[in-house]
Structures are given as structure tokens and as C-alpha cells.
Ligand binder design. Structure first.
Ligand code: AP5
Length: 209
């Protein structure tokens, strides 16, 4: 299955992608994770993306389109993949179409802005492996320590409240129009995100059938 997860920042795309990836045994391609990785390694692309990302703006289309094109050409994507955080603009969606990628389903996880603003303050990520936690809804076993690799859990720079608000504005302006784009292709399904990961998972798995 070739699946796109749409939704506002913090809607739970990454969390659900991790679950679906295990269930269907297909990789998740997260442009956000790939950019953060490039930033950590200090590559040219990472340095270019830094200021956009930290201010809550989108990284230029040509940068992300290039990294996705290279990634989906790899062997592990042959049986399908989950795109988490891509496309995020109409030109990115058009680029995906012109790569000849036939998407099966676009799942939009809908969560209200006010819930997101509250939720983001509790998100913690492992600075070593990138695994995501939440202080209330998905706590680590030991506070501040990653269950998987024992790395330190930190707050993402772009999870500061003012940046979250900018990211939400960017989402409504640049990314939300993709709902109409994929609805017109008959590929859109909407899941209303619940206030637990498990309850949202039930709806997501039902939508995949
Ligand atoms: P990216 O990393 O993709 O950020 P995002 O889309 O803003 O999404 P998030 O990772 O913030 O949230 P999520 O929906 O995955 O939620 P999560 O599962 O973590 O992008 C970051 C930046 O990179 C962008 O701003 C941009 O600059 C750049 N970028 C990336 N892709 C780009 C592109 N294509 N084009 C241009 N620029 C691009 O959940 C959030 C929290 O809530 C977690 O703590 C989780 O544990 C918790 N949680 C999840 N679900 C629930 C639930 N149902 N109930 C309670 N808590 C929950």
C-alpha cells in the first residue's frame, strides 16, 4: 500500500505511521525526520533547511521533492510506503504525481487547533533516535529517558508555543488545500483524531480496510 498521512502538525501522523508501519510491514518516510537528521549531521541540505524549520515555515519545495524522490526509489519501498509530512503543498503533490507514484489512499487525521496547541507542549523526542513520547498520553518508562536507546528526551525547538502557532497557520494556508486535491482524485478519507492514541488507531486501521 502507498499511503499518505495528512494532518496538522501534532495531529498524530508520526505516531500512527509507526503503528501502521509495524502492522503492514512497510517503511515510513517522514520528511521532517529526514530534514532533522540532515540538520544533525550538518549536511548542506540540513543547514539550508534550519532557519525555515525553526521558524515554523516550510522548507522550499525543490529540497523536499528531491529527498523524497531519492528515498522512494530504494528497494524497501517496492511493496509500499507511508508518506508522513509529504506532500505539504500543491506543487509537492503535483511532483509526486509526475514521478508516476500511484497513491492508494490519503488519510487525513483531523484534530482541532486548540487541542494541538495543548498537546505539543507535552511532546518529547529522543535526541538520539528520534522516538516520540508525550508526558501524559505516551510517557517513557523512566522520565526523560528513551525506552529504546536510553537517549535523553528533549522538547523540539519548533514545539515552542509561538512556533506551533506559525506552523498551524502554514498548515491551513499551504497544506489544507491538499484535501480538495486528493478528494478530487477519489483518494481522501478523513479520520477524526481521538484523545488517546489507541482510540485513534482503531479508526485509522478501520479506514485502511
Ligand atoms: P514534521 O516533523 O513533519 O512536523 P509536523 O507535520 O509539523 O508534524 P509533527 O511531527 O509535529 O506531528 P505529528 O502529526 O507527527 O504528531 P505526533 O505523532 O508526533 O515537520 C517539521 C518541519 O520540517 C516543518 O515545519 C517544515 O519546516 C519541515 N518539513 C517537513 N516536511 C516538509 C515538507 N514536505 N515540505 C516542506 N517542509 C517540510 O504527535 C504529537 C504528540 O501528541 C506526541 O507527543 C504524541 O505522543 C501525542 N499524541 C499523538 N496522538 C495522540 C492522541 N490521539 N492523543 C493524545 N496524544 C497523542
Amino acid at each position: 500500500m502507498k499511503l499518505i498521512l495528512l494532518g496538522a502538525p501534532g495531529a498524530g501522523k508520526g505516531t500512527q505511521a509507526e503503528i501502521i508501519s509495524k502492522e503492514l510491514n512497510i517503511p515510513t518516510i517522514s520528511t521532517g525526520d529526514m530534514i532533522r537528521e540532515a540538520l544533525k549531521s550538518g549536511t548542506e541540505m540540513g543547514l539550508k533547511a534550519k532557519s525555515y524549520m525553526e521558524s515554523g515555515a516550510l522548507v522550499p519545495d525543490e529540497v523536499v521533492i528531491g529527498i523524497v524522490k531519492d528515498r522512494i526509489a530504494l528497494d524497501d519501498c517496492k511493496n509500499g510506503f507511508i508518506l508522513d509530512g509529504f506532500p505539504r503543498t500543491i506543487p509537492q503533490a503535483e511532483a509526486l504525481d509526475s514521478m508516476g507514484v500511484d497513491i492508494d489512499l490519503v488519510l487525513d487525521i483531523e484534530v482541532k487547533d486548540e487541542v494541538i496547541v495543548k498537546r505539543m507542549s507535552g511532546r518529547r523526542v529522543c535526541e538520539k533516535c528520534g522516538k516520540t513520547y508525550h508526558t501524559e498520553s505516551k510517557p517513557s518508562k523512566i522520565e526523560g529517558v528513551c525506552d529504546v536507546c536510553t537517549g535523553a528526551l528533549i522538547q523540539r525547538k519548533d514545539d515552542q508555543i509561538e512556533t506551533v502557532k506559525t506552523r498551524l497557520e502554514t498548515y491551513h494556508k499551504e497544506t489544507e488545500p491538499l484535501k480538495d486535491y486528493y478528494d478530487a482524485q477519489g483518494k481522501l478519507k478523513i479520520v477524526v483524531g481521538k484523545d488517546t492514541i489507541e482510540a485513534t488507531k482503531e479508526l485509522v486501521m478501520a479506514a485502511l480496510k
